[in-house]
Design a protein around this ligand. Structure first.
Ligand code: SF4
Ligand code: SF4
Ligand code: SF4
Length: 207
């Protein structure tokens, strides 16, 4: 969920058409047309990324006349499907996917189930990746992968590969580190035991 109060505004005289803003916008709201950057009024979720990176300081953030909220209600989709995708991604539906916008994993999965098949579309619908922008793309990529969606990497700087989790560690690496005090399999077992206990607890509460 993201409350959008501001919008990027480009100073046409200052813009040199370098396209940096286009490449780093998480919602694809910036487009350089005929050498000048243009902001899509509806897609700009006021993250400030473009303003912070414009080499000519040609962008400022201004107040919107009418603030709005982007949000996907997880109640719109099948709860079992959300749980299935979260389990495949090894993520809890209630955990935060984006701290800045307080967007939970279940909202991101709901957006995916409603047709958001790229990180950019997920951002447009939920607002994730429009806050501090430090580690943005990881939850989106993990959840898309768990939903069997492999988005094409667009031209731009806002993409980087998904970081591995403990479940991705190969036997070769486990073997290599086995004598150095790492217990990957035991850790996986413990994490899955905690997840099962939590699931049982939730089911007990719903009965
Ligand atoms: S980053 Fe700045 S100078 Fe470059 S295209 Fe965008 S607004 Fe223009
Ligand atoms: S980078 Fe952020 S502030 Fe700039 S246009 Fe895109 S969403 Fe709006
Ligand atoms: S790094 Fe991105 S996804 Fe994470 S809290 Fe900041 S804005 Fe949200």
């Amino acid at each position: 969920m993201r409350l959008v109060k501001m919008i990027a505004q480009v100073d046409m005289d200052g813009c040199i058409g370098c396209k940096i803003c286009e490449r780093i916008c998480p919602t694809l709201a910036m487009e350089v047309v005929e050498g000048k950057a243009k902001v899509n009024f509806e897609l700009c979720l006021s993250c400030g990324n473009c303003q912070q990176r414009c080499p000519e300081e040609a962008i400022k953030m201004v107040k919107r006349e009418k603030p709005f909220t982007v949000f996907v209600d997880p109640e719109q989709v099948d709860k079992k499907e959300i749980e299935r995708i979260c389990a495949r991604a090894k993520m809890n539906p209630e955990q935060l996917a984006c701290y800045c916008t307080e967007t939970r994993v279940k909202e991101v999965v709901a957006a995916i189930l409603l047709g958001a098949d790229t990180p950019e579309k997920i951002s447009q619908k939920t607002g994730i990746r429009t806050g501090c922008k430090v580690e943005c793309i990881q939850p989106a990529l993990r959840l898309l992968e768990a939903a069997d969606i492999k988005p094409e990497r667009p031209e731009g700087y806002q993409w980087y590969g998904r970081t591995p989790t403990i479940w991705d560690i190969t036997d070769e690496i486990k073997e290599l580190y086995s004598g150095r005090g790492f217990y990957f399999d035991a850790d996986i077992e413990l994490l899955e035991k905690i997840a099962r206990q939590k699931e049982n607890h939730e089911e007990g509460k719903n009965e």
